[in-house]
Design a protein around this ligand. Structure first.
Ligand code: NAD
Length: 438
């Protein structure tokens, strides 16, 4: 298959490299000239484990290339994937579809012969209809089938997720697209990853419903964690006790500082807006969004309480800035709101992240300073706050930390440590949904 991948970000670049690895011929297109120039020099513009080697191998094998010229790539392609961003639209929270529609217009003018146009970006119900309408209006002679094929990969584990998905969802209205969709995913199909064929609208909604459900699951355990703190229970035990029930499942039951990232916040909001527009409110999701919004500042209040109730003049060391480990993605990271709230309360923040500091700097106040290691961050600190559970933070040397800090206080927003173990080192420990130890 000859594939043009429009948009070479977290999803487009990983998908393009994996399709090339399956043996297809892939051209990754992006408007961002610096991104394409970096890729052509062999540099990967994002941090994603294993992606550098996968890209290098497939470029070397002649199956993967990069360009800023959409028209040439589309003209030569049997299949065109749209993997551009769909951020929250400023002001109203609807998905901003301007990048998708702009790509559709450009694709319409460039296609030759029968071409399958596949929307991989996360888009609201009905977007496929509009993409098809735009293509037909822009170029009535274009012979296209417009398909929905949402992506479920997770940053930090993206290649594994793409190559071993729980399922592949394909929504189509034109039967001519079925065979090419099977063909492009054939290596996965042979590995028994099920393909769910459905209508385009159902496919579009599957993606939002899946993300909203996961966001709701996280928010559920976060509220149970708050209750645990009030009644003297331990959310880790509650989570394990309910997660072993197969009907519930143990994943996404980790209490923490609230969900963030480039998908859950914008996708839950977009689903709420779509549902309201159709007069069919999704109240569970509306509440999930509201609870999660409040949670991040609540985490800052937890830190302030651990500092003795007043953070003015205190130094707080923050470990982990990215929204989760093994990515450099800072979009909607809980650290952003937590740090802002700590600064609002008069604290001085020193931050460390293994890969996210460069991406974080433009998003954080200039008063934040950065350290090269957890121990440098902890020097003179009144509290250490673990915000993102990078592996590097899972075996900290508490004796060294204690010697460096002004006060031995650990606020563990990911419940990485056992309270007793930390207390043995002479630390005051505050987790999420667990009894505090002093
Ligand atoms: P991203 O911002 O990393 O990448 C999007 C890229 O598209 C950018 O590099 C941008 O320059 C490029 N672009 C925009 N308009 C273009 C055009 N007309 N022509 C060529 N390039 C263009 O975004 P992402 O994180 O890869 O997300 C892409 C889509 O996938 C979104 O809809 C997102 O919701 C969805 N998604 C993301 C993830 C994830 O983990 N990041 C997972 C599943 C689905």
């Amino acid at each position: 298959m000859k594939i043009a991948m429009i948009g070479s970000g977290y999803v487009g670049l990983v998908s393009g490299a994996c399709f090339a690895d399956f043996g297809h011929s892939v051209v990754c297109v992006d408007k961002a000239v610096a991104k394409i120039e970096a890729l052509e020099r062999g540099e990967i513009p994002i941090y994603e484990p294993g992606l550098d080697a996968l890209v290098a191998e497939n470029v070397k094998a002649g199956r993967l290339s990069f360009t800023t010229e959409l028209a040439g790539a589309v003209a030569a392609a049997d299949m065109v994937f749209i993997a551009v961003g769909t951020p929250s639209r400023r002001g109203d929270g609807h998905a901003d579809l301007s990048y998708v529609y702009a790509a559709a217009r450009e694709i319409a003018l460039a296609v030759t012969g029968f071409t399958v146009v596949v929307t991989k970006s996360t888009v609201p119900v009905g977007t496929g209809d509009e993409v098809e309408r735009i293509i037909r209006e822009t170029n009535p002679a274009a012979d296209v089938a417009v398909v929905s094929n949402p992506e479920f990969l997770r940053e930090g584990a993206a290649i594994g997720d793409f190559k071993k998905p729980d399922r592949i969802v394909v929504g189509l209205e034109d039967e001519r697209a079925r065979e090419p969709m099977v063909e492009v995913y054939r290596p996965l199909y042979l590995n028994a990853s099920p393909i769910v064929f459905t209508s385009r609208r159902s496919s579009e909604l599957i993606k939002y419903a899946a993300n909203a459900f996961l966001a709701m699951k996280i928010t559920f355990i976060n509220e149970i964690a708050d209750l645990c703190e009030e009644v003297g229970a331990d959310v880790q035990a509650v989570s394990r006790g309910i997660g072993l029930d197969n009907r519930i499942g143990s994943k996404f039951l980790h209490a923490g500082p609230g969900y963030g990232g480039s998908c859950f916040p914008k996708d839950t909001l977009a689903l709420v807006k779509t549902a309201q527009d159709h007069g069919s409110a999704v109240r569970l999701i509306e509440t999930t969004v509201a609870i999660n919004d409040q949670r991040k500042r609540a985490m800052a209040r937890k830190v302030i309480a651990a500092c003795g109730g007043d953070a003015r003049g205190k130094v707080v060391a923050v470990l982990g800035l990215t929204f989760k480990p093994r990515t450099d993605d800072m979009r909607e990271a809980p650290s952003l709101s937590i740090i802002q709230a700590l600064q609002d309360a008069g604290a001085k923040v020193v931050a460390h992240d293994p890969v996210g500091m460069e991406a974080a700097k433009p998003l954080l106040d200039d008063a934040v300073s950065y350290a090269e290691s957890p121990y440098e961050a902890a020097a003179g600190a009144d509290a250490l706050v673990l915000v993102t559970e990078w592996d590097q933070f899972r075996a900290l040397d508490f004796a060294r930390l204690k010697a460096a800090m002004r006060a031995p206080v650990l606020v563990d927003l990911r419940n990485v440590y056992s309270p007793d173990e930390v207390a043995r080192h002479g630390f005051t420990y505050e987790g999420v949904g667990r009894a505090a130890t002093a």
